[in-house]
Design a protein around this ligand. Sequence first.
Ligand code: HOC
Length: 353
Amino acid sequence: MALDYYASGAWDEVTLRENRAGFEQIKLRPRMLVDVSQRDLSTQILDQSLPIPILVAPMAFQCLANPEGELATARAAAEVGAIMVLSTMSTKPLEAVALAGKQSQQKQEATSEIKNPSWFQLYVHRDRTLTRRLVERAEAAGFSALCLTVDAPVLGCRERDRRNQFTLPVGMELANLATMTGLEIPKTAGESGLLSYFAQQIDPALTWRDLEWLQSITTLPVLVKGILRGDDALKALDHGAKGIIVSNHGGRQLDSAIASIDALPEVVAAVGNHLPVLIDGGIRRGTDVLKALALGASAVLVGRPVLWGLAVAGVAGVRHVLQLLRDELDIAMALSGCTKVKDIDSSLVKIKD
Ligand code: HOC
């Protein structure tokens, strides 16, 4: 049940596969005879210095992979210098996750430039008081940005979850919400317990005005996650977004939605001069990170590989996955003639017709 929940996409999982296929169709055009003996993978986003242009994507219910759940991911991410985006639907409380990240970061001299190693992903509840309270808690706990998910007015239909009648095992809860609402994912769901919980709690009436509202109740920058079109990116900019995350929710929402990497150029063309544009969906290798940066992304978010690392070996597993990606990006940059992230430009890629 847990593996199916993490691995699955919506309906026929076309978008899930396309996210990978999109990257595979992009070929690299490396530059030769550049002195690449010194390389620097650091970058800047929203006035934050990042040692690597790789973040951990928000993923729900990480205790399904390891008893330490989000605490382990936060520790490993901070050790490697990757910002972790914590899901509203975490199985450890946001305050504890923020603390775990900070404590781990304080031990790491190399990554001490990150002001705060965690961002918070937000679903907006029908009850706005609840959302406001969550935002206040995230701010108080020291999260340094909010990512508003906009591609889930309703939950996508993941048939594997329905077949499994997905629910959280006894003893595991929505750690940020259960204490505030007393509500849990139904333990005896007819289909997927997620579907019923989501339909009951998350507001399908969200509009661009709510983005303005959200930005008005917080001092944190709000990034909009789930954008696949240039015109939507422009609307996000007009309504106060401080960044865009190009995403189709890992293929878990609208099946047949365009692959994230295929949507990236249009979004970058629309707002790339004004806002940082990040991307998730299908990033499995350092060369994928290079391709995304070449097409104008400021950074990438990695999801499922982190969960696989977490499931195999907890903190060590997540650290290993992030280090692999970092080292692969380093090698890919060297082999492409790039010494720093700013050297990675669109001339490095060729998209097959
Ligand atoms: C209880 C509601 O974004 C996913 C996540 C979390 C969904 C919310 C579940 O599974 O895609």
